[in-house]
Design a protein around this ligand. Sequence first.
Ligand code: MG
Length: 158
Amino acid sequence: MIRIGHGMDVHRLVEGRKLILCGVEIPHTLGLLGHSDADVAAHALMDALLGAAALGDIGKLFPDTDERYRGADSLVLLDRVMEALSEAGCRPVNADVTIVAQKPKLRPYIDQMRANLAAHMGVDVSQVSVKATTSEGMGFEGEEKGMTAHAVCLIESR
Ligand code: MG
């Protein structure tokens, strides 16, 4: 059976934090605030994968009240999500992630983002898409108060 999943996430932008998107540390004056590394794109992807398998969400798997996940590398959390999918008899077909951010320009980092996600999902890079868009200066993304990520995926289940 082919199943579809959707995920979305938002994190605040603040000074004094690293900006990490799909496991790539991107030089910027602001970074995303969160209990883990706040990798908003990886979080949206994980929720899409979990949603496709009807396995809940990352808030259920990795509660932000749990000290084990303070500063956690979200790609390591993605490994855990893939284990949960595998145990449920599911494997990913493809995923498409969109990041909404006013600054910085993300194009130079897209290939590395795709490679990171594909490696941790155990699929070919051709099965993973990462895109970036601005919100034309409007809303909290446009005012650089935060970033949003959306993700959809297909998975195959036995
Ligand atoms: Mg999050």
